[in-house]
Design a protein around this ligand. Structure first.
Ligand code: SF4
Length: 235
């Protein structure tokens, strides 16, 4: 029986995709983003759940999904466990349930393709606009991310792009303009979601005994996000 390592479940999420959503946070991440708010998902080891168990949990909440809602698989990085996510999404599509993949867009493209066959919406981070920043702050290869997004375009899956705004690091109009420009290169791009950098996760880093790399940065106020959202309408 197919099993997945899962960090946690959120049964009535409203922040990760359209409508009311059942959100599954997979365990394990290949990146180390300096602003990560879920360092507790990094470890590859975690509790295992069978596909059957996960489906049972989801189906209890089906009445709340309505027309727009459904299931979002997030993380950690869900594509590290692409076999499980592909099998789960396949089952969900058999049930007529909307599927969203929330990913950093890095890793095995062949595995990603298997997941995307059953994915209705891709929510992909575009964390920085330049390769060197991607590597410096996330230990990630930006080319992998762009190749992944290209694949979502080829497969014609609607794309939402997410970007965390860190004051003093990537919050200038010029920074945002670069992100918008990259996102618009892809014909399946539908929406840009700006997320404010927060430091609530500080205690998680302390508990894990890991230094929080961005402890010295200020949190991003909601007013800044509003301001930038207004601005990008004119780009
Ligand atoms: S990809 Fe997400 S979970 Fe992984 S380190 Fe970055 S922010 Fe954290």
């Amino acid at each position: 029986m197919m099993k997945g390592r899962i960090h946690s479940f959120q049964s009535m999420g409203a922040a990760d995709g359209p409508g009311v959503r059942f959100v599954i946070f997979m365990q394990g991440c290949n990146l180390r983003c300096a602003y990560c708010h879920n360092p507790d998902t990094w470890s590859l080891t975690g509790e295992e759940y069978s596909l059957l168990d996960v489906m049972k949990r989801i189906l209890k909440f089906r009445p709340y999904f309505g027309k727009e809602g459904g299931v979002t698989v997030s993380g950690g990085e869900p594509l590290l466990q692409w076999e499980f996510v592909a099998a789960l999404f396949k089952r969900l599509k058999e049930e007529g349930i909307h599927t969203a993949l929330d990913t950093s867009g890095t890793g095995n493209l062949k595995g990603a393709k298997e997941v995307l066959k059953f994915t209705d919406l891709v929510i992909c981070d575009l964390k920085f606009s330049a390769e060197e920043e991607y590597f410096r702050y996330c230990r990630a290869d930006m080319t992998e991310v762009l190749n992944f997004i290209k694949l979502t375009e080829e497969m014609q899956i609607p794309l939402w792009v997410r970007h965390v705004v860190v004051p003093g690091l990537n919050d200038s109009p010029a920074d945002l303009q670069k992100i918008v420009k990259i996102a618009r290169l892809f014909s399946n791009f539908k929406r840009l979601e700006l997320l404010p950098f927060r430091k609530l996760c500080n205690s998680k880093y302390e508990a894990l005994g890991i230094p929080f790399p961005f402890a010295g940065y200020e949190e991003c106020p909601d007013s800044k996000i509003d301001e930038l959202n207004q601005l990008i309408k004119h780009f």
